[in-house]
Design a protein around this ligand. Structure first.
Ligand code: ACM
Length: 267
């Protein structure tokens, strides 16, 4: 049996104050933590006025250039702390802009997920993710990433789970109130852990006020809320999770994978 300390970090970023937002978020990561998840777009804030503004704050994660300042800081933080850090960043790749989640390993390597299901005004800013739902080996387990509104498409968590994810990291800037409860079901129906890291506070940079719903949480494969925060506070919800076995026995007589009947589904 493998034990991992995992942490959902909940912040209140100030739009455009990238360095400050990064330092505040990193300051919440507990000593000895194996896996820490930060919110979506945690360094920039959420409500960009237009694509150009987002482009100016985005970082290149795959090109030949030196990584941007937030990326460099996250690489250093993972190396110094020994923590695998998952963080939401605006990513530029040539002319394209993605709402991405990046997994930083302590050894200096990183992996990318690009948000597939864009929410409302994000569609005017970002390109839908083009990498599917990959999984990665990190901190002794298999990690999948999805971002915020991906929660409403059960295919996202299902794809990650079928690919072998044991923990789903879920950086978020949640606006709708239903995700936290829905993630309990996502965990049960896939028998995975999920770490949803949300932000708090409001932004109104376009004439539309957005209020973020907090309530970050770590949920077990049986749907237990192992650790959580409330809707207004900033901080960390940390817990130790036991990665017991790879099987999907929901009851002694029901293996979730063996009992699936794909031939009966109309997808
Ligand atoms: C969202 O997907 N940030 C609501």
């Amino acid at each position: 049996m493998k034990s991992l300390t995992v942490a959902a970090i909940q912040t209140h970023p100030e739009f455009g104050h990238l360095e400050q937002n990064v330092e505040v978020a990193l300051g919440f990561i507990p000593d000895g933590c194996d896996l820490a998840v930060l919110p979506e777009l945690f360094n920039t804030g959420y409500q960009f006025k237009n694509r150009g503004e987002a482009f100016g704050m985005a970082e290149d994660l795959t090109g030949d250039q030196e990584p941007g300042p937030s990326t460099r800081r996250l690489i250093r933080a993972a190396a110094e702390s020994g923590t695998t850090i998952v963080a939401g960043l605006a990513e530029k790749d040539g002319d394209r802009l993605f709402n991405s989640s990046v997994l930083f390993r302590p050894d200096g390597t990183w992996e990318i997920y690009r948000k597939v299901h864009l929410f409302m005004d994000e569609k005017a800013i970002f390109t839908p993710g083009d990498l599917g739902f990959p999984v990665f080996e990190a901190c002794g387990t298999t990690i999948g990433m999805m971002i915020c509104f991906d929660w409403i498409f059960p295919e996202a968590a299902r794809s990650l789970s079928l690919a072998g994810a044991e923990i789903i990291c879920h950086p978020s800037n949640l606006l709708l109130p239903w995700c936290q409860a829905a993630m309990v079901t996502r965990c049960q129906e896939n028998m995975v852990f999920a770490v949803t890291s949300n932000r708090v506070g409001s932004e109104n940079r376009t004439g539309t006020e957005l209020t973020f719903s907090g309530r970050s949480q770590v949920v077990s494969p049986l749907g237990e809320r192992l650790a959580g925060l409330d809707k207004d506070e900033t901080g960390v919800a940390a817990t130790t999770v036991e990665l017991v076995e790879k099987d999907k026995l929901f009851t002694p007589g029901n293996d979730l994978w063996k009992d699936r009947r794909p031939g009966s589904y109309r997808l």
